[in-house]
Design a protein around this ligand. Structure first.
Ligand code: NAD
Ligand code: ZN
Length: 360
């Protein structure tokens, strides 16, 4: 057995209003006055002075607003890197991502590509990155993905949707300020929150489970049940707890693996552009044969918060399109091995996946 030597985020700050400490945190990391900090900020915050007025800009620092309507692409990373190199001739002091999983993943990828040659697509895979990334900070504004702790940055490239998984990917610093999540609407809160819940279900019911993953997974699973099924929490408590649930859920899968919902949702995302959170929900709703307890809790949560998931998104697809989704899903072998076991190929047939997709 070769055990993983997993890198963790070395510095993290937690608390409502901790975003105000950003300046004191990053100032010592400035390389020189001509090497800017580049803030990649979700464009949902454009014009939102409550947040943007607190971004500590100095010297040649810059803010780049980015839409998270689509999941990050390798070409988008390459364009950002080119832009940053051309406008910062004396280097870049750091990349600071402020947003959800989309922006956090972009920030990690850009920080890596600023010190590694070639294009982002060349690094999709495991441990292909050669040089350490530049200093990068993650500041989540919506909770659930675990992208703030993970060792990957999920990108859609010309040929595949796959992460840049490397020891250089995790953030050097994370700021967990649950107050930043206050503007998230109910549907999006649910979709991204359920990503966390599904991480726990897939990790806790997988064959890769171990005590490291279980301890984090159990904690996150309990928090999710409190947040999504109880009525006793205040809004602030619920925000605080979901931010920590996301962290623990991410830690749980870091040392195990996700499962069926993620494998199939990657297929939806690749073909139809369905975003991660909602895609996981659409798939998970149909997975009671794999995760009976988890899916029944999920349905309860969905009902409690009056969430209507889209239906019939695969209704008009051709066989060739089903094939594309099935190829993507089946290519994620570790996810199936974790979910079903070593002999997963005996039961997980193309026909079975097609039947499941047809229900969505
Ligand atoms: P997101 O970043 O796509 O954001 C979802 C929506 O919420 C967007 O419209 C955004 O503008 C909005 N939003 C974010 N913060 C807000 C706020 N405070 N107020 C109002 N609106 C706000 O959503 P996500 O679910 O966090 O991230 C999904 C992405 O994360 C996918 O690209 C997925 O591949 C990736 N992901 C990465 C990992 C990882 O380990 N790296 C894990 C899971 C998912
Ligand atoms: Zn996920």
């Amino acid at each position: 057995m070769n055990y993983k030597n997993f890198p963790m985020v070395p510095r993290v700050i937690f608390g409502r209003g901790s975003f105000n400490q950003l300046s004191e945190i990053i100032s010592p990391k400035r390389l020189n006055v001509h090497a800017p900090f580049v803030f990649l900020v979700d464009d949902v915050f454009k014009g939102n002075a409550w947040l943007t007025s607190r971004i500590p800009l100095a010297y040649e620092d810059k803010v780049i607003y980015i839409s998270s309507n689509e999941e990050p692409k390798t070409s988008q990373v390459d364009d950002l890197v080119e832009d940053i190199i051309l406008t910062s001739r004396q280097g870049t002091s750091g990349i600071i991502g402020i947003g959800g999983g989309t922006i956090l993943d972009l920030a990690k990828a850009v920080a890596i590509m600023l010190t590694n040659e070639g294009e982002a697509k060349d690094y999709q895979g495991w441990d292909l990155v050669k040089n350490p990334a530049i200093y990068h900070v993650g500041i989540p504004t919506i909770s659930g993905t675990g992208a703030e702790v993970s060792r990957t940055t999920v990108l859609t490239g010309p040929e595949k949707k796959l992460g840049i998984n490397s020891d250089f990917t995790p953030f050097d610093q994370v700021i967990l300020d649950p107050e930043l999540t206050k503007g998230v609407d109910t549907n999006q809160w649910f979709y991204t929150g359920m990503d966390c819940f599904i991480h726990c279900v897939e990790s806790l019911n997988g064959s890769y489970l171990n005590e490291f993953s279980k301890s984090y997974g159990d904690m996150s699973f309990q928090l999710c049940k409190e947040i999504f099924l109880q009525d006793t929490l205040s809004e602030a408590e619920s925000q605080d707890k979901l931010m920590m649930a996301s962290w623990h859920g991410g830690m749980s899968i870091a040392y195990s693996q996700v499962g069926v919902a993620h494998a199939m949702s990657y297929g939806l995302s690749y073909l139809l552009g369905t975003k991660h959170g909602i895609g996981n929900c659409i798939v998970f709703d149909h997975l009671s044969e794999f995760y009976p307890e988890g899916v029944s809790l999920f349905k309860e949560m969905k009902k409690k918060h009056q969430i209507e998931l889209p239906k019939g998104i695969c209704a008009k697809l051709h066989d060739s399109e089903f094939d594309i989704m099935i190829n993507i899903a089946l290519s994620l072998e570790p996810l199936w091995e974790n979910a079903i076991g070593k002999n997963w190929k005996k039961t997980i047939t193309r026909e079975k996946l097609k039947n499941l997709y047809q229900k969505m």
